[in-house]
Design a protein around this ligand. Structure first.
Ligand code: FAD
Ligand code: NAI
Length: 476
């Protein structure tokens, strides 16, 4: 007889594994099925985020930043580093160790929370019966199980450019970009989005000459314009060669290089030869192998699993969360949806607030924001006030030796409610949390301006930016 579960989660990325744990905490019998394999063929739960996304990219960003600081920034602190050299195999090995610690951590959490884990690919085997949905699981698990309710959390894959399929040797997706075995002298990147900038930064710091070719005429269109402009200047100063308005033509692979023909923003024909080419032009939802058609699961016109505001699909008892559904493709958005769905299943009122999902780009300096940009407020006809404070005037940033960037507050002109906070600068990824909390509680800029912040700390720049709304900064 097939094993019977209240809830089966398909996919153990951040959306899936968190949903499984929360559902188990709420008293359901839960299984989670994940297909990801490590190099030994064993399970590697954690999805894109843990295996080829958030975690390994941040490990390499950290290592490459240390390398760059050891080469330049340490000298200013009075630390002379003689004979600095790069041990790339060790850097990649450390990154792999960090990934494995996360894989093992998730397996431990499953045990702790009594979630049954199956390693294999799950597929719908047919319509729901009195026992729920029958699901098959491929090798190595080789099981058939029944689920009263199903959460689909199958994530996304890198989008390829037509005619330039990923081989992960010369033409790289995020997977190959995180595992280049020798620093390429010339690295091409197509797409100046989050992956392009993060991966471009890693390899530039390690010694590559990096050329980024972006299709749109504007840089970081989703980011507040003032912040994006500052970022563009700083990245150019670092040596990232970012070309906007490029129309990519033919991509030709040689024995050990790739030639990209493109038109630049002036419409002039160009060719560039790279040792490796990263293509980071967005991601597509992953419903491969689910046999969604067997049960009539509805997909939208872009291939995402169609869901309502509560993450319910068109099938009773089937939910979907994370990258495979609409909304930002972010690990914490997937997690929030996973928790909310588990709580809804238990009759609670799980909630995901799309207005307060933070975004972070882990370049140096980091870029982080929550809420609306100044250009969005203008387009929406909202009366607003803006306040900025530069890290140059922050004592902790000066002590750190990292004074680039600013904090920017946008507040409603009438009510003073915070509508958006935008940060470019050191530790922006951590600083943004205060703004998220404030916005979740619908705080005013004045609330932040009147809260005591530790001195000396980078967070004082947040308080000062809030003070700047009414032109009463104390340190600038
Ligand atoms: P995924 O993490 O993609 O997990 C889906 C899982 O389902 C996979 O393990 C897959 O093997 C499995 N699966 C698929 N189909 C089946 C099936 N039929 N049966 C069994 N298993 C199946 N986001 C951030 O918030 N912060 C970051 O810093 C960040 N950095 C990133 C860096 C890179 C290079 C990339 C590529 C992405 C990054 N992201 C980041 C995005 C983040 O990785 C995704 O938003 C997140 O992983 C989505 O989680 P998910 O659970 O929806 O899907
Ligand atoms: P992206 O959407 O961030 O950027 C893609 C870029 O490629 C855009 O600027 C787009 O205009 C450009 N582009 C698209 N088609 C093109 C073409 N044909 N020619 C030239 N340029 C083209 O996507 P990216 O960088 O692939 O990342 C995917 C997603 O992964 C992100 O949107 C994000 O959700 C997630 N991610 C999050 C990270 C984080 O939170 N720090 C880090 C990395 C990824």
């Amino acid at each position: 007889m097939s094993k019977q579960f209240d809830v089966v989660v398909i996919g153990a990325g951040p959306g899936g594994y968190i949903a499984a744990i929360r559902a188990a905490q709420l008293g359901f019998s839960v299984a989670c099925v994940d297909a990801w394999e490590n190099e030994k063929g064993g399970p590697a739960p954690g999805g894109t985020c843990t295996n080829v996304g958030c975690i390994p990219s941040k490990a390499l960003l950290q290592s490459s930043e240390h390398f760059e600081h050891a080469g330049h920034a340490f000298k200013d602190h009075g630390i002379d580093v003689a004979g600095l050299s790069l041990n790339l195999p060790q850097m990649l090995k450390r990154k792999n160790t960090v990934v494995k610690q996360n894989n093992d951590g998730i397996l431990f959490l499953f045990k702790k929370n009594k979630v049954t884990f199956f390693h294999g690919r799950a597929a719908f085997a047919g319509a729901a019966t009195a026992d729920g949905y029958p699901l098959t699981i491929s090798a190595p698990a080789n099981e058939t199980i029944n689920a009263k309710q199903v959460i689909i959390a199958t994530g996304s894959n890198a989008r390829a450019l037509p005619g330039a399929e990923f081989d992960e040797k010369l033409i790289l997706s995020n997977t190959g970009a995180l595992a280049i075995e020798g620093v390429p002298a010339k690295l091409g990147v197509i797409g100046a989005g989050v992956i392009g900038l993060e991966m471009g930064s890693v390899w530039r710091r390690l010694g590559s000459e990096v050329t980024v070719l972006e299709g749109l005429p504007v840089f970081l269109g989703a980011v507040d314009e003032q912040i994006a402009k500052e970022a563009g200047k700083l990245f150019a100063k670092q040596g990232l060669n970012i070309n906007l308005g490029c129309k990519i033509g033919t991509i030709t692979k040689g024995a050990d290089n790739v030639t990209v023909a493109y038109e630049n923003a002036k419409g002039e024909a160009q060719t560039a030869v790279f040792d490796k080419l990263i293509i980071s032009i967005g991601r597509t939802p992953n419903t491969d192998g689910l046999a969604a058609d067997k049960v009539g699961l509805k997909l939208d016109e872009r291939g995402f699993v169609a869901v309502d505001d509560d993450c319910k699909t068109n099938l009773p008892g089937v939910w979907a969360v994370g990258d495979v559904v609409r909304g930002p493709m972010l690990a914490h958005k997937a997690e929030e949806e996973g928790v909310a769905v588990a709580e809804r299943m238990a009759g609670q009122h799980g909630h995901t607030n799309f207005n307060t999902i933070p975004w972070v780009i882990y370049t140096s300096p980091e870029i982080a924001w929550v809420g609306r940009t100044e250009q969005q407020l203008k387009a929406d006809g909202v009366a607003y006030k803006a306040g900025t404070f530069p890290f140059l005037a922050n004592g902790r940033a000066r002590a750190l030796g990292d004074t680039s960037g600013m904090v920017k507050f946008l507040a409603d002109a009438n009510t003073d409610e915070i509508l958006g906070v935008h940060i470019i600068g050191p530790m922006a990824s951590e600083l943004i949390a205060e703004a998220v909390v404030a916005m979740e509680f619908r705080a005013s800029a004045e609330d932040i301006a009147r809260i005591c912040h530790a001195h000396p700390s980078l967070s004082e720049a947040t308080k000062e930016a809030a003070l700047a709304i009414d032109k009463r900064t104390l340190n600038f």
